[in-house]
Write a protein that binds this ligand. Structure first.
Ligand code: AMP
Ligand code: GLY
Length: 423
């Protein structure tokens, strides 16, 4: 079978890498891909939002499966467009992708079906939202309704700040229409976890829980980013907690969507807060997480292809639980100077050769491109240095030893990925 992966990040490199190990696959294309993906798949430079162009490419090549990485094409209906043409595509239809693309949709769904989440109110009118804010004392959270590349949620610690954020979102429209409607919700203290499950719209097949590190700097300081590192499994989610999450959040949400007339196929990603040993949904994503997918797929032993196909066929209940390599998987993201605001690009990356062909280390590429035999930085998040170790301490040490082999001008990374697991 020929497979097409859509996207260009570390998540997509991990997907292409994992698919390349699959027995049923002859060749892999990636649109647009990156420098690392180019080593194992054919990268094609095309616009991922031009669905007609992607469909004609897929027909010409006889693609048997399309896997979509990022949220934007899902929210714009890429799956509906491919479904119409009868080309198998992994991901939710547009109505399902609303669970990520509209926080108001997601919160109302959770409220209606009793999926645990923070108490909230939604607003379309700035004046009403502003009036409501005056009745609140921080901390609380303001969220833009629409997609904002992971930057639309603000935890407010100071009253004045809250009014400023609301004005920026609803009046100054810093995220255009995405911020014209907002959710204001209660702050939930606790430990964060990412919980990703495959689903065929009827049942869910969970991956291992993982933990992202969203802020740029150590100790969760600095601005939020797409994610500076992740590891799996996490000590905060044991079998009992996973059972509760599967039952009260993942399965319940898939059934709720079904009751609303939406057959949701693909990955459902729960961004969770674990508070007093109970899980609450902070947000849902309609796709694989990035960077979480990098340590998760590096640890996955099962072939991913039959799982993806079963999600499309509606036969996920026939697939066995996923098998995992023993141990801990840790991914440290190396980003460019200036990320997340104005990343510098165009620097040569040194040191990658020394890490090739190691069973316990995989360097997934994100913002890189190839120039002859060299790799050049071309984005904010550049590499996801991923290591398998026997223990948390072992995996973390291996990942950072590998990071120390790599060098490019202005590289920055957090020094405390996985540290919460050691406490
Ligand atoms: P989101 O984009 O919704 O995932 O939010 C970004 C980050 O803001 C999350 O990873 C949390 O750290 C934080 N956050 C969002 N909502 C809440 C909440 N209700 N309580 C506490 N922290 C929150
Ligand atoms: N790691 C956060 C995300 O994928 O949205």
């Amino acid at each position: 079978m020929k497979v097409l992966v859509i996207g260009s990040g570390g998540r997509e490199h991990a997907l292409v890498w994992k698919l390349s190990k699959s027995r049923g696959i002859d060749s892999i294309f990636c649109i647009p891909g990156n420098g690392g993906i180019a080593d194992i798949a054919e990268c094609i430079d095309r616009d991922i939002n031009d669905f007609e162009g992607l469909i004609s490419f897929s027909k010409k090549e006889g693609i048997g499966l399309v896997v979509v990485g990022p949220e934007n094409p899902l929210a714009e209906g890429i799956v509906d467009a491919f479904d119409k043409e009868g080309i198998p595509i992994f991901g939710p239809v547009k109505k399902g992708a609303q669970i990520e693309a509209s926080k108001i949709f997601a919160k109302k769904l959770m409220d209606k079906y009793g999926v645990p989440t923070a108490p909230f109110k939604t607003f379309q009118s700035y004046d009403e939202a502003e009036r409501y804010l005056t009745t609140l004392s921080p901390p609380y959270v303001i969220k833009a309704d629409g997609l904002c590349a992971g930057k639309g949620a603000y935890v407010i610690w100071d009253k004045k700040e809250g009014h400023g954020v609301l004005k920026d979102l609803m009046i100054n429209l810093i995220y255009q229409e995405s911020g014209s409607r907002v959710v204001i919700e209660e702050f939930l203290p606790g430990v964060e976890a990412s919980y990703l499950s495959f689903t065929d719209g009827k049942t869910t097949l969970p991956m291992l829980a993982s933990q992202d590190h969203k802020p740029l700097l150590d100790d969760d300081k600095g601005p939020n980013t797409g994610g500076m590192g992740a590891y799996t499994p996490i000590p905060f989610v044991d079998d009992h907690m996973a059972e509760i999450i599967n039952r009260d959040i993942m399965d319940k949400t898939i059934h709720a969507l079904r009751d609303e007339g939406i057959i949701y196929k693909g990955v459902l990603y729960g961004g969770l807060m674990l508070k007093e040993n109970r899980p609450y949904v902070i947000e849902f994503n309609a796709r694989f997480g990035d960077p979480e997918t990098q340590p998760i797929l590096f640890k996955m032993e099962s072939d991913i292809l039959p799982i993806l196909m079963a999600c499309l066929d509606g036969s996920l209940n026939e697939v066995n639980a996923i098998k995992w390599r023993e141990g801990v998987s840790v991914c440290v993201v190396i980003a460019s100077r200036g990320y997340p605001y104005k990343p510098e690009k165009g620097y040569v990356i040194n040191g990658l050769d020394a890490l090739k062909d190691r069973k316990d280390i995989m360097v997934f590429h994100a913002g890189t491109k190839k120039d002859g035999n060299r790799y050049i930085t071309s984005g904010g998040r550049v590499l996801g240095v991923t290591a398998m170790g026997e223990t948390y301490a072992d995996a973390i040490k291996k990942a950072y030893d590998a990071v120390s082999c790599i060098d490019f001008e202005g590289m920055q990374y957090r020094k405390d990925i996985g540290a919460k697991a050691l406490k």
